[in-house]
Ligand binder design. Structure first.
Ligand code: BGC
Length: 245
C-alpha cells in the first residue's frame, strides 16, 4: 500500500509517499522549515501543503514530538505549549480533508525499525531510543508497541535524562564521546533496572556515528544502531496509517 508519511520536527516538517510493504519511499522527500513559533494552526498548514504537493487524497500518517493519546497531543517538551491538549488529529483532518493518524515520533521510528530495520523479527522486550534535540523512546513486546513510554524524561542524578543524553546536550555541552557515552550508559542501566529489556536500538541522526560512542557504553543488554536513519519517522507514520485505509 502507498501512504503519505509526514514527520513533524522542531526544525523541519518532512513528507514522502511510502510503500508500506517494502518500507521505501516511492516519491521525492519534501522538507519545509517548521514555522516559528510552531503553533498548531501554522504547523497544520504546512502538513496540508505537503499533502497538496503530493496531490494526496487518502490516509496520512503524521508524527509529533510529544505524547499523543487518541490523536490529542498531551505534552510539549520541545514544542510550543499551545499543543498541550490540542486535538491534533482533528486539526490535521480539517486542514487536509483526509483521514490522519497522529503518533509520537519515537513510536513511529520504532514501528519502522521493528518492521524493516534493526528490530526485524526480534521478539521479547525491545526499546528504541532516538537521540536528537530530545530523547524519544518506544517499547515493543513481541513486536507489539506500548505507546508513549517517554523514557527520555526519566530522572537521573536529579535531572531530566534528556538534558544529559540528547544529541543536543552532547553538542551544547561539548561532551566528548566518552563523557557522553558515560551519561548514556547511566540512562540505559536505569532502564535495565526498571524493565530488563532484551535489546536496545539507538536511533536519531547521531546513530550514524555509533562507532564513536558504542565503545564507551556499559550495559548488560545487547545494543545495536538503528538502520532506517532519517527515513524511520516517515516510514513508521505511514505504516501506522495503513490501517486507516
Ligand atoms: C518528547 C518525546 C519525543 C522526543 C523526541 C521528547 O522531549 O517528550 O515525546 O518523542 O522528545 O522528539
Amino acid at each position: 500500500m502507498k501512504i503519505l508519511g509526514i514527520d513533524i520536527g522542531g526544525s523541519g516538517i518532512k513528507g514522502a509517499i511510502v510503500d508500506t510493504e517494502r518500507g521505501e519511499f516511492v516519491s521525492d522527500r519534501l522538507r519545509i522549515e517548521t514555522p516559528q513559533p510552531a503553533k498548531p494552526p501554522v504547523v497544520a498548514d504546512v502538513v496540508a501543503r505537503i499533502a497538496s504537493h503530493f496531490d494526496w487524497q487518502a490516509a496520512i500518517g503524521c508524527t509529533f514530538p510529544a505524547v499523543v493519546q487518541h490523536g490529542v497531543t498531551l505534552t510539549a517538551a520541545n514544542v510550543d505549549d499551545e499543543w498541550i491538549g490540542t486535538d491534533a488529529k482533528a486539526l490535521m483532518e480539517r486542514q487536509t480533508g483526509n483521514p490522519v493518524i497522529v503518533l509520537n515520533d519515537a513510536d513511529a521510528a520504532g514501528i519502522a525499525e521493528m518492521k524493516f530495520g534493526a528490530g526485524r523479527e526480534r521478539r521479547g522486550l525491545v526499546v528504541i531510543l532516538t537521540l536528537g534535540t530530545g530523547v524519544g523512546s518506544s517499547l515493543f513486546m513481541n513486536g507489539q508497541l506500548v505507546p508513549n513510554t517517554e523514557f527520555g524524561h526519566l530522572i537521573i542524578r536529579g535531572k531530566d535524562a534528556e538534558w544529559r543524553t540528547s544529541d543536543r546536550a552532547r553538542q551544547e555541552k561539548d561532551y566528548s564521546w566518552k563523557a557522553w557515552g558515560k551519561r548514556l550508559s547511566e540512562h540505559l542501566q536505569y532502564m535495565e533496572t526498571l524493565i530488563t529489556p532484551d535489546l536496545f536500538i539507538i536511533g536519531g541522526g547521531v546513530s550514524k556515528k555509533y562507532e564513536k560512542f558504542f565503545p564507551h557504553i556499559r550495559c548488560d543488554t545487547q545494543i545495536v544502531p538503528a538502520q532506517l536513519r532519517n527515513r524511520a519517522g516517515i516510514v513508521g507514520a505511514a505504516i501506522a496509517a495503513a490501517d486507516l485505509k
